[in-house]
Structure formats: structure tokens, C-alpha cells
Design a protein around this ligand. Structure first.
Ligand SMILES: CC(C)=CCC/C(C)=C/CC/C(C)=C/C=C/C(C)=C/C=C/C=C(C)/C=C/C=C(C)/C=C/C=C(C)/C=C/CC(C)(C)O
Ligand SMILES: C[S@@+](CC[C@H](N)C(=O)[O-])C[C@H]1O[C@@H](n2cnc3c(N)ncnc32)[C@H](O)[C@@H]1O
Length: 371
């Protein structure tokens, strides 16, 4: 009986999709819907959405130009005239005007009377969201790799500019960790805010952040729950950077250098955090990592996974579109759904797991598991 109902639902869904697509693909219907008053708003919305999909790269490059030329930083200080802005962005008047008009169209800037321009609402949000400007800057590597998306998909990813930026992604543990650690640190505040608002980390005694980078997440934890003992595990040069940074600031940190694929993780934490780590790795390696964490936790202790996940309602583009292609270009990993990660946790020996809702799942979703 349930099978029959499922079949009927599938048939109805198929018929609805065929009908909807049959209309959408028909130029005569498109023209009619744009004229007819009741369908006009839908037609305009759909046309604009499709235009944005078509033009997304252009918008991103305008944002890139606004960030890297210093335009947004200058407007954040005060409104400027075009002739002031020529000096800031180092372009002639025609180039400056064209850039400023594009920025206005995207609400990164806005007119403030005469030839004076101020920061726009999107420009303010961009500057207020930590690390977004740095993300925009490093996208030049991603876009270089995505110049031939089919070629990238065909060769299985990696081997380009982005994989050089993330040397661990293709098996290397050498390479330069400074630039990626800086980017991760710059964008960490948004992620830490999701974790600390959603999960009461105060109830723990000792937290170990695995793949903790230069310790920016742990500094946020320390600000939120100063009584917690802090430990960090990362590749040796990265762990060393965290150790030096905490020592310089007089903060206590037990930093261990090693690889979570080949070394066992230090014991003793009652919560291990894995922030923007699991999605970096292909399934076989992700399972090795989860098993290593399970081995480092006593029964009943906690693992907290925080990263942008796939198939999150309202954020589907962030998961399978953005991070799907980003991680392909990087050369390893994939975004996973909550259900997929929970299944992997069960296989790795965790006794239970649950999703914890965060304020902005496009930045990070959260899964809490018990060893
Ligand atoms: C009264 C009136 C009229 C107005 C009042 C004003 C008002 C209410 C304004 C609203 C202001 C507001 C609350 C704005 C909020 C804006 C926010 C929260 C914006 C957040 C934006 C976040 C963005 C764009 C995040 C982008 C993140 C990216 C691109 C992350 C990339 C991450 C990567 C590449 C990670 C790599 C790590 C790896 C390798 C995958 O492990
Ligand atoms: C995407 S970054 C995330 C850093 C930090 N958790 C954050 O959210 O800002 C991934 C981190 O994993 C570390 N990592 C990569 N491979 C590793 C390995 N085999 N063993 C230990 N750490 C590793 C990197 O050095 C880097 O700090």
C-alpha cells in the first residue's frame, strides 16, 4: 500500500514537472506571461533570477574590483566625489565613473547628491561580515580554475590554482600554510558565532579543536567560556604558529602538531571540535579522521562538527553549487548533507548524533555526536 502511494505521488510530481517545464520552455507562453497582469510579477521575478544566474560572474568581478581597488574601504570612511575616488581606485575619470555606477547598481555604493557617492547597504553588510572581502579576493584562484568547468569536472578536479593554495588537499603536508591560515582566521568569527550561539560549550571542561588552524576559533571559545582548557591539533607548522600566537598573548594552549590521518590524536578532551574540516576530505579519509576522533574520546564524550552542509533548506546553492565546485577545484572533499554525516558517524562508532540549528546555516550547520 505505501508503495502504491509513493508511485502515485511520483506520477503526479512527474506530470506537474512536465506541465510546468512545458510552459516555461515555450517562448510564446513566456511572452504571454510577461504581458498578462496576474502572471507578470512571477515572469519578471523568474526572468531576473535567470539573468542573475547568467550574469553572476560579472557581479562577482565588480565586487572584486570594489574590494581590491579600495573603493569600499574609502566609502566606509566617508562619502567621496568622483574626482576623490579617481585617486583612491587609481583609474581615470571614465573608469572610475563606470566602476562606481556598477557598484551603485549592485547596492555596494549609493548616490549621496551631485557627484558624491556613499557606501551602499550591500557594501556595508559586506564590510561588516568578517572575512567576506578576503574571500572575494581569493576567488581569483577559484575563477581561474573554473574558466573551463567541464574540463575541471572531466579530470576530477584539482591540479590548478586553488589546489596550490590548499597544499594539504592533494596529499601534501608541506607547502605554505600561511595564506590559507590567514584567510581562515579572517573568516572564522562568522563561523564561531554560529557555533557559540547554537551550542552551550560552557558545560565542557576541555576542548580540543582538530584542524584548528592558528587558533582563532579557540580564541572565540576562550572569550565565551574562559574556564575551558584549550587544546589544538593541526599540521606541525600550523600548530607551531598557533602555539607562538597564544604564547605571545599570554594565553594557555596545548598545541600538538601532526597529521590526523597518520598520527593518533591526544586524549583527554571532553569535547572535540571539527570546524570546516570534514568537507575538505574524500570519504575514505573523512572516515579515517572520524575513527581517529572516536578513538581519542572516552565513551559519552562529544564531537561537534561545524561546516556548511549540503541540501540545507534555503541554502542549497551554498552546498552543492558553491562548495561542490569549490572543493572540486581544490582537489579533495565534497559538501555532505546532515544525513550523510550522521551515517558516517554511526559507522565510525559514535553512539548517537543530532543536528543543532544555527542562525545562519549558509555559514555553518552543526552536528553534535556522542562517543
Ligand atoms: C531600517 C532599515 C531600512 C534597515 C536596517 C538595516 C538592516 C536591518 C540591515 C540588515 C543588516 C544585516 C543584519 C545584514 C547582515 C548581513 C550578513 C549577515 C551578511 C553575511 C554575508 C556572508 C557572506 C556573503 C558569506 C560568504 C562566505 C563565503 C564566500 C565563504 C567561503 C568559504 C570558503 C571558501 C571556505 C573554505 C574552507 C575550506 C577549504 C572549504 O575548508
Ligand atoms: C579549511 S582549514 C580550517 C581551519 C579552522 N578549523 C577554521 O575553520 O578556520 C583546514 C585545517 O585543517 C588542517 N589540516 C589539513 N590536513 C590536516 C591533517 N592531515 N592533519 C591535521 N590538520 C590538517 C589545515 O592545516 C587547516 O588548518
Amino acid at each position: 500500500m505505501p508503495d502504491e502511494r509513493a508511485d502515485r505521488a511520483t506520477t503526479l510530481r512527474d506530470r506537474w514537472r512536465d506541465w510546468r517545464n512545458g510552459l516555461s520552455i515555450n517562448p510564446a507562453f513566456q511572452r504571454w506571461a510577461a504581458r498578462f497582469p496576474l502572471t507578470r510579477p512571477v515572469a519578471r521575478r523568474r526572468a531576473q533570477a535567470l539573468f542573475d544566474l547568467t550574469a553572476g560572474f560579472v557581479y562577482s568581478q565588480i565586487a572584486y574590483a570594489c574590494v581590491t581597488s579600495g573603493l569600499l574601504d574609502a566609502l566606509a570612511k566617508r562619502p567621496h566625489s568622483i574626482s576623490d575616488l579617481e585617486r583612491v581606485v587609481d583609474l581615470d575619470m571614465a573608469g572610475t565613473e563606470r566602476l562606481v555606477k556598477a557598484a551603485v547598481a549592485l547596492k555596494l555604493a549609493e548616490p549621496a547628491g551631485g557627484d558624491v557617492f556613499a557606501l551602499g547597504v550591500e557594501g556595508a553588510a559586506l564590510l561588516g561580515a568578517p572575512g567576506v572581502a578576503a574571500m572575494i579576493e581569493h576567488h581569483r584562484l577559484l575563477y581561474a580554475d573554473l574558466a573551463d568547468p567541464i574540463g575541471l569536472l572531466r579530470r576530477g578536479g584539482g591540479g590548478g590554482a586553488l589546489s596550490g593554495y590548499w597544499p594539504y588537499a592533494e596529499g601534501g603536508e608541506g607547502g605554505t600554510s600561511g595564506p590559507y591560515s590567514g584567510l581562515m582566521s579572517a573568516s572564522q568569527a562568522m563561523v564561531a558565532a554560529q557555533v557559540l550561539e547554537a551550542y552551550p560549550i560552557r558545560r565542557h571542561q576541555r576542548v580540543m579543536d582538530v584542524g584548528g588552524g592558528d587558533g582563532t576559533f579557540l580564541r572565540a571559545v576562550a572569550g565565551h567560556a574562559p574556564q575551558l582548557a584549550l587544546a589544538l591539533f593541526d599540521l606541525p607548522p600550523v600548530a607551531e604558529r598557533a602555539r607562538a600566537r597564544f604564547a605571545a598573548e599570554g594565553l594557555a594552549l596545548e598545541a600538538t602538531g601532526g597529521s590526523f590521518f597518520t598520527d593518533s590524536l591526544p586524549q583527554g578532551a571532553d569535547i572535540i571540535t571539527l570546524v570546516r574540516i570534514l568537507h575538505d576530505h574524500d570519504d575514505d579519509k573523512a572516515m579515517i579522521l572520524l575513527r581517529a576522533i572516536r578513538a581519542a574520546l572516552e565513551p559519552g564524550r562529544t564531537l561537534l562538527i561545524a561546516e556548511p552542509m549540503a541540501q540545507v533548506s534555503g541554502c542549497e546553492r551554498v552546498g552543492d553549487a558553491y562548495f561542490g565546485l569549490y572543493l572540486l577545484a581544490m582537489g579533495s572533499g565534497r559538501p555532505r548533507s546532515v544525513a550523510e554525516i550522521r551515517k558516517m558517524l554511526g559507522v565510525a562508532g559514535f553512539t548517537s548524533s543530532r543536528e543543532v540549528r544555527t542562525p545562519l546555516p549558509m555559514i555553518a550547520s552543526l552536528i553534535v555526536a556522542r562517543a
